[in-house]
Ligand binder design. Structure first.
Ligand SMILES: Cc1cc2nc3c(=O)[nH]c(=O)nc-3n(C[C@H](O)[C@H](O)[C@H](O)COP(=O)(O)O)c2cc1C
Length: 339
């Protein structure tokens, strides 16, 4: 039997198939057991947002300052204790690692809460920094410093390994990765998915409707994991468009420690994990690998026969490989059958 085990954030996992953060997957606590039974190697719980924690604090303050007035209804209100209880219950239900996920964009919002997450038994923390700076006076340097300050405030407070889930939109992603490693991050989750609003032409309003991913989206994290592999003491979780066993294997080839699956499980169900694992084993056996560790990182930039494939020099070559659907022959367009 092929050995699928891999290491992530100090844990040995039975395979690289990790369920990534998404409320529809982990809000129902019974799904946690189903995920383990279907072969999930670890689970990231859906995020607690800093807005939710802050709303709870505003409410507590309001009740203290104005005991006779009712606090206004809020969409954000959650019980942060309920999140801790979810971690405790998940840990009791399954043997696989459970990672908590906290989502923020400002420094200092978590305070003591991260220690409570640690005490609740989480095996690690995924810190999702989701920020879309639009203030024209905010320099890139200050944006980056805010990320680093958030990370430092959490890594200083807990002994848990902290993985940072972040956007790809930095002037120099490699430098940002180095700085995050210096701020004691143990891993990077590449990349955060940004939700782009759409326009509804019937109602002439801006709408936020969530689209699930396709495999195309994995090229960006794949490139960056390939470039960063073995350059820094960081683990890499790939997220974004990983739908099949082949996608998982590609991510492992460039150096990911694990892959995080969300859209594929939302669209095909949690049990799809079994099929992905079976297909991975078949592929590895057909190629005569004994373990997935054997291939991990073998097509990363440090190990690639042509390391320039991940950089700008490949751009021109890539453009030249495109075959248009139509071509011009003797002044008229005809179908290009080479396509
Ligand atoms: C319905 C839904 C809810 C999500 N909730 C979270 C969340 O709570 N925290 C988080 O970090 N990412 C969240 N994500 C993003 C996913 O974790 C993941 O990064 C993204 O969907 C890309 O992976 P995929 O292509 O497998 O879907 C959510 C995604 C979806 C589709």
């Amino acid at each position: 039997m092929v050995d699928l085990s891999t290491n992530y954030l100090g844990k040995t996992l039975r395979s690289p198939l990790v369920v990534g953060a998404a409320a529809p997957l982990t809000e129902n606590i019974d799904n946690i057991k189903r995920m383990e039974d279907a072969g999930a190697a670890a689970i990231v719980l859906h995020s607690l947002f800093e807005e939710q924690l802050l709303e709870e604090r505003y409410e507590a303050y309001h009740q203290f300052a104005h005991p006779t007035e009712t606090y206004p209804e809020s969409d954000f209100r959650v019980d942060s204790e309920a999140y801790l209880e979810r971690i405790r219950r998940a840990k009791k239900m399954v043997d696989i690692p459970i990672f908590a996920s906290l989502n923020s964009s400002t420094v200092g919002s978590w305070g003591d809460y991260v220690r409570q997450v640690e005490q609740a038994g989480a095996d690690g923390l995924e810190l999702n920094i989701y920020d879309i700076p639009t203030d024209m006076s905010m320099t890139g340097e200050r944006v980056e410093q805010t990320y680093l300050d958030i990370v430092r405030s959490v890594t200083d407070a807990v002994n848990l390994p902290v993985a940072v889930k972040l956007s790809p939109f930095f002037s120099n992603m490699a430098n940002m990765a180095k700085e995050l490693s210096n701020a004691n991050a143990s891993g990077l989750v590449l990349f955060n998915r940004f939700y782009q609003p759409d326009i509804n032409l019937e109602t002439l309003t801006v709408e936020s409707n969530l689209l699930l991913s396709t495999s195309r989206e994995m090229r960006l994290p794949m490139r960056w994991i390939a470039i960063l592999y073995r350059t820094l003491p960081l683990d890499f979780a790939a997220t974004g468009g990983i739908m099949t066993a082949q996608d998982v294997i590609k991510m492992m080839l460039v150096g990911a420690n694990v892959t995080m699956l969300i859209s594929v499980l939302l669209s095909h169900g949690i049990e799809q994990l079994q099929k992905i694992e079976k297909d991975m084993v078949e592929w590895l056996e057909a190629k005569e690998y004994d373990s997935i560790a054997q291939l991990q990182g073998s097509l990363s930039q440090v190990n690639c026969p042509d390391p320039s494939v991940f950089e700008r020099s490949q751009y021109l070559k890539a453009l030249q490989t495109y075959q248009p659907y139509w071509k011009l022959v003797d002044g008229s367009y005809v179908r290009n059958y080479a396509n």
